[in-house]
Every structure is written in C-alpha cells, then in structure tokens.
Design a protein around this ligand. Structure first.
Ligand SMILES: N[C@@H](CCC(=O)N[C@@H](CS)C(=O)NCC(=O)O)C(=O)O
Length: 207
C-alpha cells in the first residue's frame, strides 16, 4: 500500500524555522519537526549538509522534494497546497506584486536590516539598499494594504511579515507606525501564534 508522502521540517528553536512553521500552519499541513541544535553545530552534520549544502535551517522535505530558503518554502507550499488560497494563480497580474515583495523580504529587507549602516552605499555591487530605503519600499508594499495583496492575505505576507517581525522584535528595524500596525495585524493570526510558540517556547523565552 502507498504511504502518504512524509513531510519533514528540519529546524531549530529561535530560528527562521518560524517562517516555515507559519506557512505550514496557514495551510493546515501536518509535518514532523526535526529539531537541530544550531548552537552545537548540528546543522553541519553530513546528513543535513546532504539536504542543504549551506548547513542552515529551515529545510523542508516534502516527499522527495527538498526546499531550502524561507521564501522558497513559502512560495512552494502556497503553490503546491494552497489550491487558490495564499497565492494568486499563475496568470493573475497580481502574481508580479506577490513574487516581487516575497523575494524582496530576504534579498533586500533582511540584508539591509542586518548590515552596518553605510555598507550598501559603499558599493554598486551590493544587491540591497540602505535600511531606510528598504523600509520606505516595505511601506509601499503595504500600500494600500492592509496586506501585500490588498485585502487578501497571502504567502507574501508570511515571507515579508516574518522578516519584519524579526527586525522589529530585535530592534534592527525602527518602530515606524505603519510597520508596527502591520506587524500587529499578522501577529494576531492563529498560525503565526502557534509558529511563534513552537519556535520560542514560552518556558524558554518568557514573554
Ligand atoms: N537565507 C536562509 C537563511 C537561513 C539561516 O541563516 N538560518 C540560520 C538559523 S535562523 C542558521 O541555520 N544558522 C546556522 C548556521 O548558519 O550555521 C533562509 O532564508 O532560509
């Protein structure tokens, strides 16, 4: 008898596994969680490197499919299991906006927020801008809002919202009113809250 394809998320507490847990929760998908202690370097074990040569988490295994990179995990799962929810159809013009701001999350906003001020200005080759420019762009992504796709919550909000939440929480992003308001909106979602509780267990990370 065929077994249903196993779905496994390799991750760690207090990590970007949050993003993968959040989108899995939004789609109500079951998965086994393999906890790696990244402080002990378990993500560099041979069997993990065989899945992700970067030795980083999260890593999603969906049957034989391996997906790394948080945004790719969001886009993959929404396309594969959303069945019309959380991602615009392939021929919908909204797809451009959806992909644009999803990719922006970890290719521009995240490096801008983690780079020392002035780094991006020093080189044309750096693929992201200064944090203020990235935050201006993020506000544009959320206009008219309330979500990236207007009234429809989508996987782009999981991709962009996760980076924004990390940045606001860690004070790497200043508390601009529009961004704080959006963060409050996404943080009220049950799947966000379950993912946050699983990633930062309250007994280890008291609120
Ligand atoms: N670009 C990757 C970043 C993944 C990443 O850096 N994960 C961190 C945990 S939040 C990690 O595995 N760090 C351990 C290491 O680099 O050894 C993504 O978006 O998934």
């Amino acid at each position: 008898m065929d077994r249903p394809a196993a779905r496994t998320l390799h991750g760690s507490i207090a990590s970007r596994a949050f993003t993968a847990r959040w989108i899995l929760g939004e789609l109500e998908l079951d998965y086994e969680f393999v906890a790696l202690d990244i402080r002990k370097g378990e993500q560099k074990r041979a069997e993990v490197l065989a899945l992700n040569p970067m030795g980083k988490v999260p890593i999603l295994q969906d049957g034989d499919v391996v997906v790394t990179e948080t945004v790719a995990i969001c886009l993959y799962l929404a396309d594969r299991y959303g069945y019309g929810r959380l991602a615009p159809p392939i021929d919908d013009p909204a797809r451009g906006r959806y992909l644009r701001w999803s990719v922006f999350a970890t290719s521009a906003l995240e490096p801008a927020m983690l780079s020392p001020k002035g780094d991006a200005a020093r080189s044309f080759l750096v693929g992201w801008g200064e944090l203020d420019a990235a935050l201006d762009a993020t506000e544009q992504a959320l206009t008219p809002g309330p979500y990236v796709l207007g009234e429809s919550f989508s996987a782009a909000d999981v991709a962009l919202g996760s980076v924004l939440s990390f940045g606001l929480f860690n004070k790497q992003i200043p508390p601009r009113a529009r961004l704080v308001e959006y963060n409050g909106l996404i943080a009220r979602r049950p799947a966000y809250q379950s993912a946050a509780n699983a990633t930062w267990p309250p007994e280890l990370f008291p609120r």
